[in-house]
Design a protein around this ligand. Structure first.
Ligand code: PLP
Length: 438
């Protein structure tokens, strides 16, 4: 057992914090059980230092998608520090939230009004509440992951495996009221037939269609046009979840480039580069329904989030950040392909360039993935089978990463060939979904 400070602290955390951390995707077990550095003392750009001062280059999630400009971006930090000095909380409101609303509506000309929250999942809960308030109906057809709230986890009440394939295999929705059974109805991306079937059977009770604009695969031709038609024909609110996809393909929602016409779009994560902020933007006739229900929270009024988001939006547009994310993501995909070809490792590569991922196509793939993380960590990289590009990634990071990936893939290919891949691991195999931690 590794005795590093990070692992020691994580063992202590598990006795104090159920599950050890607040986010499933930050659990060390998801990367490299018993060996992952777990905690950071400092992060700057793409560099991260662990509790013992060891430095790594982050070639995986970069704040689980939040740090689109890189950690501790100087321009965003400057805006935040200014906000801190001005005071972030008062009996009065901060004017930045009005300025931000204007900017968001300018970037998305179909939208007229904005509400705020401070995290993605709660902003999605706000959007769903508004859609239900507007339509006076309950049921939601959805595709993909949208956070931890009851409206979404209700999908697992219907059949135990309803959320399998929706990023949360193995999750038990205990604590979600059983009365919500049948209110969240999942379908798969590009499966218009599944959506049509849900709508045909439930349209009189349906409030909304909730989807990410794009994630792992491109939309089929005509897919989004038909989704919009279904929403219109049945008076459903079309909610586009831009929490991860937003600000990756352009300055604003990915839907802008995909010819999607939403009623509501929801932003989080990358819009404020690591400072808590989330926004629900929408057409005024739908957003006004927020007035007919109760959506209200003290910390949704603080100043840091909007100040950070304004700084991100300004820099994002000025520096053409999305072009950089695309280019770096493309290079990383090419480096996986080259290393795979050279080593003879069969891999599948997917995702839009800024949110790229690969998987080993072999029988012991999870063991191989864990081995990859271990070998990359030994070479100074935080790495897994996904790579979220940031504005702070430079060619030299990708070049150094490429050398490390080539060495790791060769070692893994050889170990698989010799049937000794399991023996290469210095700890347990990484978890691949939700698993209870004791
Ligand atoms: C598409 C999408 N929706 C919602 C969420 C939930 O956001 P948060 O973790 O900020 O609550 C995420 C987070 O990964 C996401 O990717």
């Amino acid at each position: 057992m590794n005795q590093d400070a990070g692992q020691k602290l994580y063992r202590k955390a598990k006795s104090l914090i159920p599950g050890g951390t607040q986010l499933l995707s930050k659990r060390p077990e998801m990367f490299l059980p018993d060996l992952w550095p777990s905690y950071f003392s400092k992060a700057k750009g793409v560099e991260v230092w662990d509790l013992e001062g060891r430095r790594y280059v982050d070639m995986c999630y970069n704040g689980i998608g939040a740090c689109i400009l890189g950690a501790a971006d100087p321009d965003v930090n400057e805006a935040v520090i200014r906000a801190v000095h001005a005071g972030v909380m008062s009996t009065l409101n901060c004017p930045e939230e009005v300025e931000l609303a204007e900017h968001l509506c300018e970037l998305h000309p179909w939208a007229d009004m904005v509400r705020y929250a401070r995290s993605g999942g709660e902003a999605m809960a706000v959007a769903v509440r508004i859609a239900r308030a507007k339509t006076r109906r309950d049921k939601i057809a959805f595709c993909g992951y949208h956070g931890w709230h009851d409206w979404y986890l209700a999908a697992n009440l219907a059949e135990d495996d309803a959320l399998d394939g929706h990023l949360l295999p193995g999750l038990d929705p205990l604590g979600v009221p059983r009365g919500l059974q049948g209110t969240a109805l999942p379908f798969h991306y590009n499966r218009i037939d599944e959506l049509e079937d849900i709508v045909r059977r439930n349209c009189s009770q349906m409030a909304a269609i909730v989807m990410e604009p794009i994630r792992n695969v491109e939309p089929d031709p005509g897919f989004w046009k038909r989704v919009r038609e279904i929403a219109d024909e049945n008076h459903l609110v079309l909610v586009i979840d831009e929490i991860t996809a937003g600000f990756r393909l352009n300055t604003g929602g990915a839907h802008l480039g995909l010819d999607i016409s939403p009623d509501i779009a929801v932003f989080g994560k990358g819009m404020s580069n690591g400072y808590p902020m989330a926004a629900v933007i929408g057409r005024s006739e739908i957003m006004q329904a927020a007035q007919s229900t109760f959506i209200s929270s003290t910390y949704w009024t603080e100043r840091v989030g909007p100040a950070a988001a304004l700084a991100v939006i300004q820099k994002h547009g000025k520096k053409n950040v999305s072009a950089h994310l695309d280019q770096i993501g493309r290079q990383v995909k090419e480096c996986w392909r080259a290393a795979a070809d050279r080593s003879g490792m069969p891999i599948h590569i997917g995702g839009i360039n800024p949110l790229a991922h690969f998987s080993f196509e072999c029988e012991q793939s999870q063991v191989a993935h864990t081995c990859f993380t271990q070998l990359m960590l030994e070479q100074g990289f935080l790495a897994t089978k996904a790579f979220y590009a940031t504005f702070a990634h430079r060619d030299e990071h990708v070049q150094a990463y490429q050398r490390a990936v080539e060495s790791a893939f060769s070692e893994i290919a050889l170990a698989l060939q010799q049937g000794v891949i399991h023996e290469k691991l210095k700890g347990p195999v990484a978890h691949s979904g939700f698993q209870r931690l004791t």
